[in-house]
Design a protein around this ligand. Structure first.
Ligand SMILES: [Zn+2]
Length: 172
């Protein structure tokens, strides 16, 4: 399937996975507490791909009939979940700064370098050119070493997903 511009809504079991999908650059809605019917309503109304740990939810008619695209996320571990989703949907990490706040899922806004002075660590201010900020929580983002490490983890996981299934089912 074409995953360009794919948007997700994740059930309440998948908070950490949601943050990682945002880091990968995907618009992902997540609520700490939400009724199944509301999840279905959002997935259908906003054409979002539903991610769930709930086998009962997968049996809903709208999902069986393909009106909502959905995936049963199988593992309890974040790495397994991320591997499953990136593998089955062929998601690739973006080379850019994350476009969505990992906490709020709001689109990040570019801010000028002068505006971050004194509000990010001095080293970051000295060494980084580009900054974005979440209009919701005010969190700043930049392409620093932290982000490099995140990209490394993501590319390791997505590299894994190109290999055979030999290691599948083994918890590391
Ligand atoms: Zn935020």
């Amino acid at each position: 399937m074409n995953t360009m511009g794919i948007k997700f809504v994740a059930d309440q079991m998948l908070g950490r996975l949601s943050k990682w999908l945002r880091l990968l650059g995907y618009d992902t809605l997540y609520f700490k507490s939400i009724a199944d019917s509301d999840l279905i309503h959002i997935a259908e109304g906003q054409e979002r791909f539903l991610l769930t740990r709930d086998t009962r939810l997968m049996k809903r008619r709208v999902i069986r009939n393909g009106l909502i695209k959905a995936m049963l996320v199988e593992g309890d571990l974040l790495d397994d979940q991320l591997r499953q989703v990136t593998r089955e949907l062929g998601l690739l990490p973006s080379d850019l700064l994350p476009p969505f706040c990992v906490e709020c899922n709001l689109p990040l806004e570019l801010v000028s370098r002068e505006n971050v002075k004194g509000r990010v660590p001095p080293f970051v201010y000295r060494t980084q050119e580009n900054f974005t900020r979440c209009p919701g929580c005010g969190r700043f983002y930049w392409a620093g070493t932290h982000w490099e490490r995140i990209k490394e983890k993501i590319s390791l996981l997505t590299a894994d997903s190109k290999e055979s299934d030999a290691g599948r089912g083994v918890d590391s």
